[in-house]
Design a protein around this ligand. Structure first.
Ligand SMILES: C[S@@+](CC[C@H](N)C(=O)[O-])C[C@H]1O[C@@H](n2cnc3c(N)ncnc32)[C@H](O)[C@@H]1O
Length: 234
């Protein structure tokens, strides 16, 4: 079923093409600042819920970087709404100018450790691809804000996919195996049931549609681990 008309349609509002960047207003978490390139405007978080209702699946890509993964999934699944979330505005801002992206991809600038209330109960799918910094530490240390967000922003039965790379894990003092085991423990604590981890080699990384996966595939340490987990019904 094709998605309904999109209240965030930037073509309608700006006469151009491309997806959006949305930033939560910290004073008022139900108010969202939308950015596209240098343009910005505000809309209400309730619009997001209304928009999501028209799609078969809602993907939340935490630590989306330049948003390539969310865009790729939105392109291959026009009946999905793909929402990329990142704490860093610059990567998204540059990419939000990119044309030929459907209206079913949008971007929110937010800290994944304190996700905005506008995302509550939205996602049927979650992705965390090659996290670093506070997102990686938050996952491995079981940051309560992150674990709560993984649970409250998803619907029961939601599928979570996580890819952790060897280099990032080494920087926080963990091996691939140890990091995977710890991440699985934390996913369980967040209410997910993880499958056994799978090792990704350079070939598998090349096939993964994220910018960081491509970099890793051609870099010095092309090792990563893939975790899949399903949110337990409550
Ligand atoms: C190595 S990049 C991976 C980007 C993308 N997922 C990819 O595979 O190309 C890690 C990303 O995590 C983001 N990140 C780190 N800590 C974060 C946090 N607390 N909240 C949101 N994003 C975070 C960074 O800004 C960065 O874009």
């Amino acid at each position: 079923m094709p998605p309904p008309s999109n209240p965030f349609d930037v073509r309608a509002r700006h006469g151009g093409q491309g997806s959006m960047v949305v930033q939560m207003n910290v004073q008022n978490p139900t108010r969202l600042e939308c950015l596209r390139g240098k343009d910005s405007w505000y809309c209400d978080a309730g619009d997001l819920m209304t928009l999501a209702r028209g799609y078969a699946e809602v993907l939340l890509d935490l630590g989306t970087g330049d948003g390539r993964y969310a865009r790729a999934l939105a392109r291959t699944h026009p009946d999905w709404l793909a929402i990329g979330v990142d704490a860093c505005r610059e990567g998204l801002r540059g990419r939000s100018r990119v044309a030929s992206v459907g209206d079913n991809a949008l971007f929110v600038i937010a800290n994944a450790l304190a996700l905005p209330s506008g995302l509550t109960g939205l996602a049927t799918r979650l992705a965390i691809n090659f996290p670093w910094g506070s997102l990686l530490r938050g996952l491995l240390d079981g940051d309560q804000g992150l674990l709560d967000g993984l649970c409250t922003d998803t619907r029961p039965g939601a599928i979570l996919e996580c890819r952790l790379n060897g280099g990032a894990l080494a920087e926080v003092g963990r091996t691939l195996d140890d990091g995977a085991a710890q991440a699985r423990r934390m996913l369980r604590a967040a209410g997910f049931v993880p499958d056994a981890p799978l090792i990704l080699d350079a070939q598998a990384l090349s096939a993964c549609p994220t910018t960081w996966a491509k970099r890793l595939a051609h870099g010095r340490d092309p090792r990563a681990v893939y975790l899949r987990a399903v949110r337990a019904d409550v």
